[in-house]
Design a protein around this ligand. Structure first.
Ligand SMILES: N[C@@H](CCC(=O)N[C@@H](CS)C(=O)NCC(=O)O)C(=O)O
Length: 496
């Protein structure tokens, strides 16, 4: 039978127990219709937790309050639960990071956040002290994570669950990218953790705060509240108001009048002959024979993309060249036949419709002749190899795959301007992550560098397409060539 957890469904302290339950295989359910400030002030609730705070877990042996204690209880329901470590020293380190997470990270995030959103008095010096303490703690955490995937050992423990839940509140409400970028290993750790299925199931999709909430209490200092006093019956309405006010607090973040969105500088570049969507469509429609269908050697300069270098007009293999010409001939005959048919059967059709139809057939035929190297416009686009800097951390296959998956999700903002392939290489750990990216323009777009923290986790090298070996590597990455650089592929992901 499920144990009931009393808390609202966005409470990060309740998530600690829910994620632990996923790992432990026990059934914990959030209570239905919980109303913050009402449900937790009733006499029945106060019997479970005399200060009326959530979460509280109802167990067959009685209630438990304090979220870390609840999570420990859930973990201990399974004998030898790996979440709790397998040696005395590991258990001690798990406890160490749980306390660190609660006292150094969570406390300081809350000391910064709570006054800003009007639930406590805002004092600039107190805020400064909280931020300084938080930075000190995050710097220590960052150093630890520079050489550790998890807080303790080589798999998720209760310390990771509690740390991630605490960071979740920070990342989603107040720790903006410009703040967290000082701590790249913490960033990598956080985004990796929240994308692990047992976490993601409970936390959902996390979006990083775009701005620090503006100070609410500055507007109406009298509104600031003392930390909750146990005036159980008198408080409910105010508490309920606090809960419902939360989204408004976020809205209040946009204090200035909305400005028109500035144009992306990439839209101001001279037009390119390469139509990224056409390449993406060709890639998506190619199911087999990538090399022949979607990549190809460059053809001839009749290509509508017209960016050919004469040195590679032929494959060098007489048989290939003959096949190539034959295929072209067949396609041309096919095109002419279609045009002829459409002409002869269209006596009754309007002339403009006819010419449109001819154009589209022509385009289709031309399009089918083109592969990546025909389409590629080295003036309008650039190609980049990337190499993950911390491959020795890639010791667990699904964590590595999640890491790459998370990167591609965060690249969403670049969809109009980029195409990418990410290969996870090796048949056993540590896995290597290498990629190929096509970006609009000659440099990696600045907005991608600014917005997607993963970019810093890779070494980037511009592809020199005059170097045949590099060009071949590009082709191999597009087609998921296996073996790749002598190794098997664990996975290949595409961003399109
Ligand atoms: N240390 C406690 C903190 C609990 C806590 O502060 N709960 C907040 C919601 S996250 C609460 O119930 N506030 C209501 C109140 O202060 O009356 C834990 O980890 O469980």
């Amino acid at each position: 039978m499920a144990m009931v957890l009393h808390a609202g469904n966005t409470n990060k302290n309740a998530f600690k127990a829910l994620i632990t339950a996923e790992y432990t295989g026990v059934n914990v359910e959030l209570v239905k219709n919980f109303e913050m400030g009402v449900t937790n002030k009733t006499p029945e609730f106060l019997k479970m937790n005399p200060i009326g705070k959530v979460p509280v877990l109802e167990t067959p042996d009685g209630p438990i309050f304090e979220s870390n204690a609840i999570a420990r209880y859930v973990a201990r329901l399974k004998a030898d639960n790996p979440l709790l470590g397998s040696s005395l020293i590991d258990s001690a380190h798990i406890e160490q990071w749980i306390d660190f997470s609660s006292l150094e990270i969570d406390t300081n995030i809350l000391r910064w956040f709570i006054p800003r959103v009007g639930f406590a008095v805002y004092l600039p010096q107190a805020e400064e002290a909280a931020i300084a303490s938080l930075k000190r703690a995050l710097a220590a955490l960052n150093t630890h994570l520079a050489s550790n995937t998890y807080l303790v050992g080589h798999s998720v423990t209760l310390a990771d669950i509690i740390m991630t839940c605490n960071l979740t509140l920070g990342f989603s409400r107040i720790l903006t990218k410009s703040f967290t970028s000082e701590f790249p290993h913490v960033e990598r750790y956080f985004w990796t953790m929240v994308n692990i299925p047992n976490f993601r199931k409970i936390l959902g999709e996390i979006k990083q705060a775009e701005s620090v909430p503006p100070v609410q209490s500055a507007k109406k200092p009298t509104q600031s509240k003392e930390p909750a006093k146990p005036k159980a019956q008198a408080e409910p309405k105010k508490e309920a108001a606090k809960e419902t006010a939360k989204p408004k607090v976020e809205d209040a973040g946009e204090e200035e009048a909305p400005k028109p969105k500035p144009k992306n500088p990439l839209d101001l570049l001279p037009p390119s002959k390469m139509i990224l969507d056409e390449w993406k469509r060709l890639y998506s429609n190619t199911k087999t024979n990538f090399r022949e269908v979607a990549i190809k050697v460059e053809e001839d300069n009749q290509s509508q993309y017209g960016v050919l270098s004469s040195s590679t007009l032929q494959s060098g293999d007489p048989l290939m060249d003959f096949c190539f010409l034959l295929a072209k001939f067949v396609k041309c005959v096919f095109a002419l036949t279609l045009i002829f048919l459409s002409l002869s059967s269209s006596a009754l059709l309007h002339l403009s419709f006819l010419s449109l139809q001819k154009m589209s057939i022509y385009r289709e035929v031309k399009f089918s002749l083109c592969g990546f190297w025909d389409m590629y416009d080295p003036e309008g686009y650039s190609l980049w190899f990337c190499d993950y800097k911390y491959n020795d951390e890639n010791t667990v296959s699904f964590v590595t795959l999640n890491k790459v998956g998370g990167f591609l999700q965060r690249m969403d903002l670049a969809r109009k301007y980029a195409f990418g392939k990410m290969l996870v290489i090796g048949s056993e750990p540590p896995f290597k992550v290498k990629g190929l990216w096509l970006f609009r323009g000659q440099v990696i777009p600045q907005f991608i560098m600014d917005e997607c923290y993963d970019m810093e986790l890779y070494d980037w090298k511009k592809v020199d397409i005059n170097d045949e070996a590099q060009k071949e590597r590009v082709s191999q990455m597009i087609e998921d060539h296996e073996p790749f650089e002598g190794e098997a592929l664990l996975d290949a992901k595409c961003f399109k």
